[in-house]
Design a protein around this ligand. Sequence first.
Ligand code: C5P
Length: 330
Amino acid sequence: MQVTVRVPAKINIALRVGPPRADGFHDLATLFHAVSMYDELTVCDDDSVRQADGDAGASLRGANGYQALGASSPAIPHEVTLELEGPYSSGVPADGSNLAVRAVRALAEEAGVPGRAALRVRKGIPVAGGLAGGSADAAGALLACNTLWGLGWPVERLSQVAAALGSDVPFSVVGGTALGTGRGERLEPVRAERELHWVLAVADGELSTPAVYRRLDELRGQPGPSARSSSAVEPPAMDPRLVAAVERGDAQAVGSLMVNDMQAAALDLRPGLSETLAAGRDAGALGGIVSGSGPTCVFLARNGTHAAAVVQALTASGTCRTAQAVVGPV
Ligand code: C5P
């Protein structure tokens, strides 16, 4: 049997970040929004899995190619193989640290079933780009294995496994538009009436999410999480006007209210991104911010025609690797 799922990238229309918590995470008030850029993930339990090497540290057959990833628990045999393909596959970990592989194993552990799965991931979402590409793969693996193994778990139960894998994974399981609090794992759906037209400007290279959070704390003069000092940084709060604007599909208002507290840190680490933001603004985008921890930048266009014009202007500006028009929510 084979199951294929398409999982979208996410942007944060708003990302408000509080001070560091004692556990090293930051409380967030964020507006997650899934957009039409996808990874495609296929899982199957065919003979290739049963024949796969079950020993830990099994051989890698070609860079980013097929790999047999060994058992992690003596009690429950896990035989997971991973094959990566697609435009953004280079740089994706192809070993047991891959988030999709960890998701398969985590679900198998929770469900008490053998984690048998051959995974094929077609990467259409850039790696470490602020678009939750890794989280999308983990979410896809949970959804696909839920079907492959006949578990029939509801989304709420899958979301618990998802939250243990990463702060963005629960949103990637549900998609659409949602308010996120806690470290991003607590979700409340937002009903968006109309489609919004976005442009993603993908940058060369990656930014590490923990490094951007660290830089943000430094820029804010925050001590490390272990200091537990009283903090001058306000708890994060969502602007209700932005939520209302997204609900009624008011692109003009959304453009003027979209905001990312991590942007200053991302720009500090990658100053060239300010040129990308300027190029999008010059092209008449209604708003433009760094997506999540970056380095992708996201712009809001008036409509599909305008989005195509913004793509053209960004491409001509030479300030990004590639620009792509997408819609949301999906
Ligand atoms: O949850 P996730 O594995 O995606 O987080 C990666 C890292 O990003 C965390 O280890 C932490 O350093 C940082 N993070 C954070 N606050 C959040 C989410 C992530 O500080 N709300």
